[in-house]
Design a protein around this ligand. Sequence first.
Ligand code: AMP
Ligand code: ZN
Length: 494
Amino acid sequence: MGETTSSLHIFNSLSGKKEQFVPIEDKHVGMYVCGPTIYSNVHLGNCRTFISFDLIFRYLKHIGYNVRYVRNITDVGHLEFDEDDGEDRISKKARLESIEPMEVVQRYTTDFHKILDAFNTLPPSIEPTATGHIVEQIEHVKKIIDRGFAYEINGSIYFDVIKFNNSTHRYGVLSGRKLEDMTHNTRSLSGQSEKKSPQDFALWKKAEPKHIMRWTSPWGDGFPGWHLECTTMSCKYLGEQFDIHGGGIDLKFPHHECEIAQAKALYDKSPVKTWIHTNMLTLNGNKMAKSTGNNILPNELFNGSNALLSKPFSPDVTKFFMLQAHYRSVLDLGSDALEAAEKGYNRLMYGIKLLSQLPQSNNSSVDINKFIQAFYDAMNDDFNSPVLIAELFETVKLIHRVNEREEKLTVADIEKLQKTIGAFVYDVLGLTLEASTKEDNVFLDKALDVLIEMRNQARASKDFTTSDRIRDALLEKGIQLKDGKDGTSYTLIS
Ligand code: AMP
Ligand code: ZN
């Protein structure tokens, strides 16, 4: 598929290896990604994960797959501290602000969509909510009970991890944890006492009289467990077995481990072929998180209002900064790194602009297919966006050499490069060439025309002190003047 000789390999967290990607159904890919729990504004860490999956979604589409991308909204059941006896995060926010839980959900879903739009991520094909699938979740709970892997205590239903592990199935296949070790290491918490064993987890929780979010079930009023919602919604829209399941690495255990156990208890098969886990965005070396307050909100970055930032950074530059790290590496956010990313971003966009006005030759002195193949090789190697960006910069260097007539390209090659770079920069990386950048370029051109004209006048009147000063001062700011047959041009260097 696509214009490439290499084939897509993805690091599968389940096997711990890079594997060649072969979809279950030819040309189709089913991908489920755990969406946000919407009890507060989405922070940049969350955005990194969704930007990573946007890159994956975009590349799969680019190489010709028909992708069904399901990303849920968790609007019930995700309890505080990820514990079975914590308070529901959305209920808590509603209680604290004296508003309806659905007002909390609406407010932060809108925020989430706005921010992801600002980052130019594509909407998923389906965005199901947990509260919209209560009936299906109850059906799943019933089936797991019928199959002997869950038990009822006092109106709550728990998954029986020990019984599951004593069957033909194993608990811990994704995280590599052993049940014996888990049993010894689990803290015993007050509410856990009703469970047979501490690592059992809730499929359905009884709603106490004061609990706001509640639904009628065969076991009395209650609400669904967080792990179950993802099993239910992924199976409903992608089938009992599907190609890719993703989420941040912090969800690998227990959330995804529990999803695997539930699906096996229901359908006797491993639900997912390739598990993809994205790494964390950190701030001052610590994970960004809503619950700890160690986070920066996207809008604080866009308007520069956070004291940790030297200046505002646009969504495109922020995204470029994130894509310069591989999705499986930890990335630390800081002003210096963002400023470096901004320079790189401008250099890339300037290179693309230059590409549209290159001198054309009758033959090419380089084989551009090698440059293009390198883009595909990078992305086929587990979506390696930093390598892709490095290869794009190699091509920008070539563009400058052609502009300076050190290399030659035919019209056809220039057009092919334009098409491919455009596809990788705009369609795959999802950058937008912001209006501001376009405007900046126009203003930069105009300002430099004035300076070049002043320098020419100084040279004409043999005032070399002034002409050299203009040249050197610009060079200091990263703008190099080049005198050629057709007059003086400029290049951005960094
Ligand atoms: P949550 O709303 O906390 O359920 O998180 C939504 C998604 O964002 C999950 O896939 C998390 O793994 C991911 N996530 C949370 N914190 C971070 C972070 N600091 N860096 C990257 N991804 C994160
Ligand atoms: Zn999930």
